[in-house]
Design a protein around this ligand. Structure first.
Ligand SMILES: NC(=O)c1ccc[n+]([C@@H]2O[C@H](COP(=O)([O-])OP(=O)(O)OC[C@H]3O[C@@H](n4cnc5c(N)ncnc54)[C@H](O)[C@@H]3O)[C@@H](O)[C@H]2O)c1
Length: 362
C-alpha cells in the first residue's frame, strides 16, 4: 500500500502520525511511505531520519494526499485539507466527529474511509488508542501542578516533596482511572501525600494494592471532597463518565473553602471538566484564577510534550497501520473487531451510530 504522512497543520499541533521507526516497519513489508517535508520536526524527527528509514520525502501536503492510498495523521483534517482528500482514500487519525458537524459533512462529501483512533475499542470496552494520551496527561498534570504551586505564579508556594523537617505537599486526585493513577504515581514519586477518590471500588482496591502507603484511597462523595479540598494543595480532575459530560464534583461555592493559591488541574476539561468553574485554556495562556484558586485546564495537554506523545501514540497505532496496509481496510477490519469499531464513515455513509445521534440525523 502507499501510505502518506502529512505535516499536521492544526494550530499548535507538533505531533506527527508516524515515527521513522514506523516507516521502517512498513518499508520492510514492501509498502511505500511518503512523508511531507518537515512533518516530524516538532517531534524531533528530521527528514534525514525518515529517509534513512526508507521514506520518500515530498515537498507539499497536496502531493502527499494526491499519491497516498492511506493517510496516517494525528488530528482531524482541517478545512484546508478537505479538498485534498481522495474518494476511497483511507484516513486513519483522531476525528471526534460527534463534536463537529462541518467535519462530518466534509468527510461524507469526500467519500473517504474514515477510521477514528478514538473509537477503536477492545473487547473489554477500553480504548487502546486513547489510553496513551491519558497516560501522558495524567503524568503531565503533576508536572504542571507542581509548577503552578510556586508563589511567583500565584500558587500557595508549596514544594510538593517537602524537605527534611517540613511536611510534603498534599495532592487530591479525583478519579482512579488512567489519568488518576498516572497522576497519583507521579505525585507519590515526588514524595507528596496523595489522596485518590473514585466511586469504583475495583479501581480503589487496585490502587490500594499497587501504590505506596502515602497514596490513600477514599470513596468519592461530596462529603469527602468537601473535607479534602480544605487541606490539599493540588487537585487533579481525572473523572470520566463514558460518553457523557463530566460531573461537577467541585462546585463554585467550594472554591471559598480552599486555601488561597490552591491549584486545580482539570484534565477532564475535554468532557466539560469536573469543576464547575473549569473552562478550556490553551498552552499559550494555560491558567486563570477564580477566588484565589489557580485553574489549569488545557484541553490538549499532550501537545505540550510532542516528543513523548508522538512516540506514545505511534506505539499503539502502528500495529493497526500495518494490518490495514497489508490486508486492505475491509479484510483488516473483518479480521480485527477492535479495529472495526474504528470505522466511522465509509465512502459517504456514516456507520457509527453515535455520530448520527449527536446530530439528530436518525
Ligand atoms: N486535557 C487533556 O489533554 C486530556 C488528555 C487525555 C485525557 N483527558 C480526559 O481525562 C479524563 C479522564 O480520562 P481517563 O482515561 O483517566 O478515564 P478513565 O475512564 O480511565 O477514568 C475515569 C475514572 O473516573 C471515575 N469516576 C466516575 N465518576 C466519578 C466520581 N463521581 N468520583 C470519582 N471518580 C469517578 C471512574 O470510575 C473512572 O475510574 C477524560 O475526560 C479524558 O477525555 C484529557
Amino acid at each position: 500500500m502507499i501510505v502518506g504522512i502529512p505535516k499536521e497543520i492544526k494550530n499548535n499541533e507538533s505531533r506527527v502520525g508516524m515515527t521513522p521507526g514506523g516507516v521502517y516497519e512498513l518499508v520492510k513489508k514492501k509498502h511505500t511511505v511518503y512523508v511531507q517535508s518537515n512533518a516530524g520536526e516538532g517531534s524531533g524527527f528530521l527528514n534525514s531520519d525518515y529517509l534513512k528509514a526508507g521514506a520518500v520525502i515530498l515537498d507539499s501536503i497536496g502531493e502527499v494526499y494526491a499519491i497516498s492510498e492511506m493517510i496516517v495523521k494525528v488530528k482531524e483534517p482541517i478545512a484546508e485539507e478537505y479538498d485534498l482528500i481522495q474518494e476511497g482514500q483511507i484516513l486513519f487519525t483522531y476525528f471526534h466527529f460527534a463534536s463537529s458537524e462541518p467535519l462530518t459533512k466534509a468527510m461524507i462529501k469526500a467519500k473517504a474511509i474514515c477510521i477514528a483512533y478514538e473509537t477503536v475499542e477492545d473487547s473489554d470496552g477500553t480504548l487502546p488508542l486513547l489510553t496513551p494520551m491519558s497516560e501522558v496527561a495524567g503524568r503531565l498534570a503533576i508536572q504542571q501542578g507542581a509548577k503552578y504551586l510556586e508563589k511567583p505564579v500565584k500558587g500557595r508556594g508549596v514544594l510538593l516533596g517537602g524537605v527534611p523537617g517540613v511536611a510534603p505537599g498534599k495532592v487530591l486526585v479525583l478519579g482512579a482511572g488512567i489519568v488518576g493513577i498516572q497522576s497519583a504515581k507521579m505525585a507519590a514519586g515526588l514524595g507528596a501525600h496523595v489522596t485518590i477518590l473514585d466511586i469504583n471500588m475495583k479501581r480503589l482496591r487496585y490502587v490500594n494494592d499497587v501504590m505506596p502507603p502515602h497514596v490513600v484511597t477514599e470513596f468519592s462523595n461530596e462529603f469527602n471532597i468537601r473535607k479534602h479540598i480544605k487541606t490539599h494543595d493540588l487537585i487533579i480532575g481525572g473523572v470520566l463518565l463514558k460518553g457523557a459530560k463530566a460531573p461537577n464534583l467541585i462546585t463554585r461555592d467550594m472554591l471559598k473553602e480552599m486555601r488561597p493559591g490552591t491549584v486545580i488541574v482539570d484534565v477532564a476539561v475535554d468532557q466539560g471538566g469536573c469543576v464547575e468553574t473549569t473552562r478550556p485554556t490553551t498552552h499559550e495562556d494555560p491558567v486563570y484564577i477564580i477566588d484565589d484558586v489557580v485553574h489549569y485546564s488545557v484541553a490538549n495537554m499532550p501537545g505540550a510534550v510532542p516528543f513523548t506523545s508522538t512516540m506514545a501514540l505511534t506505539n499503539v497505532t502502528l500495529p493497526y497501520v500495518l494490518k490495514i496496509a497489508s490486508l486492505g481496510w475491509e479484510t483488516a477490519c473483518d479480521a480485527n473487531p477492535s479495529l472495526k469499531k474504528g470505522l466511522n464513515i465509509i465512502s459517504g455513509t456514516i456507520v457509527y451510530q453515535e455520530i448520527k445521534e449527536a446530530f439528530n440525523w436518525n
